[in-house]
Design a protein. Structure first.
Length: 324
């Protein structure tokens, strides 16, 4: 395993972060692993040297946090656990979503209880809240750090102007600032290169992209995108513009390079993300031990500058996706 310092947190984390959206309960989404399989996957991840895990309160309505907490019992001090808040947890309770002080304080307590932890390493806002002033949100998050409930703050997909506003607000008010950005970035979706990634570079914010394999689109040939349970049933693989613009040609080139190097498509796609200087640790999602091992092996793949250019060349601008 390779490790890196996660920006200004000073934490040493594995360069592969394991995304925990794929475990919790299959009642939530058909392709999600139930508890036993989730526990096995986390065990194998730890054996492989992964010490960085990303979940969210909303994944399997809290079950992902519960399974992750159980899986890491007895070894939490060695791990970095990231979770998120924003999406509504209970449709009958409007205070279970958004980023008001009330929601943040309540949802943080719920996440801590499910994870079985006293402190969350990295607490992230999942989306921008258009109803709550950013000052209110930043003060509530700052208080969570001061009360010892959270160690570091992070943010996820939003417009760059919003993130700049949040950073400026915390600096202006002398509050804890966001140290990480979890954004949508892969070979088939590179709109973040325009504004968000240069902003993070300039502000010293660590970048931990989600869906580095384009939700599996870059892990198999274009025409087979629906060949897995998740490919057939997950709305986002279809909602994101992976198959628009240059997507199909990017997919074909990933396949071509994978054949040439005798590796898997998923490994080429992941290796490309790992080669980008502004990326600290991609968050990989999987439901199989074999695919987890593929991800770790991708750290050993070397791409030349011309390989990178060849993979990138067909990309065409597409509509922004992943902020909603
Ligand atoms: N902040 C946000 O808004 C946000 C949004 C989405 C996701 N996330 C985070 O990012 C994590 C990853 O997201 P994701 O699951 O969408 O990302 P992903 O890693 O881009 O895609 C996962 C898909 O790729 C497939 N795959 C992985 N390795 C493979 C391999 N070696 N060969 C073939 N197929 C392979 C998986 O299938 P198998 O299951 O069969 O391995 C799965 O269907 C999530 O768990 C979550 O923590 C955050």
């Amino acid at each position: 395993m390779e490790y890196t310092t996660l920006g200004d947190t000073g934490l040493e984390v594995s360069r592969i972060c394991l995304g925990c959206m794929s475990f919790g309960s299959s009642d939530w989404r058909e392709w999600v692993l139930d508890e036993e399989e989730g526990l096995e996957l986390v065990d194998r991840a730890v054996e492989l040297g992964i010490n960085f895990f990303d979940t969210a309160n909303m994944y399997s309505k809290g079950e992902s946090e519960r399974v992750l907490g159980k899986a890491l019992e007895g070894r939490r001090d060695e791990m970095t656990v990231a979770t998120k808040v924003f999406h509504e947890m209970d449709e009958d309770n409007p205070h279970s979503g958004g980023l008001s002080r009330k929601t943040i304080e309540q949802e943080l307590e719920n996440s801590l209880a499910r994870l079985g932890m006293e402190t969350i390493d990295l607490y992230q806002i999942h989306r921008w809240d258009y109803e709550t002033p950013i000052e209110t949100t930043m003060r509530a998050l700052d208080d969570a750090v001061r009360r010892g409930k959270v160690r570091y703050l992070g943010a996820s997909s939003m417009w760059a102007h919003q993130f700049a506003d949040a950073l400026h607000t915390s600096d202006r008010l002398g509050l804890e600032r966001f140290l990480t950005m979890q954004n949508h970035y892969n070979l088939a979706y590179r709109e973040e290169e325009r504004e968000m990634l240069p902003l993070c570079e300039r502000a010293g914010v660590a970048v931990i992209p989600w869906s580095p394999l384009a939700r599996g689109y870059l892990a198999r040939p274009h025409e087979d995108v629906e060949a897995t349970t998740r490919g057939a049933s997950e709305e986002y693989i279809h909602r994101h513009p992976y198959r628009e613009g240059g997507g199909p040609e990017v997919n074909a080139r990933v396949q071509e390079l994978a054949d040439e190097k005798g590796v898997k498509m998923a490994q080429i796609a992941l290796s490309w993300v790992l080669h980008k200087d502004w990326v600290d640790a991609p968050i990989v999602g999987t439901t199989s031990v074999e695919h987890l091992e593929d991800a770790v092996e991708a750290l050993d793949i070397s791409l030349s500058d011309s390989d990178v250019e060849y993979l990138e060349e067909p990309y065409e601008p597409v509509r922004v996706s992943g902020h909603d």
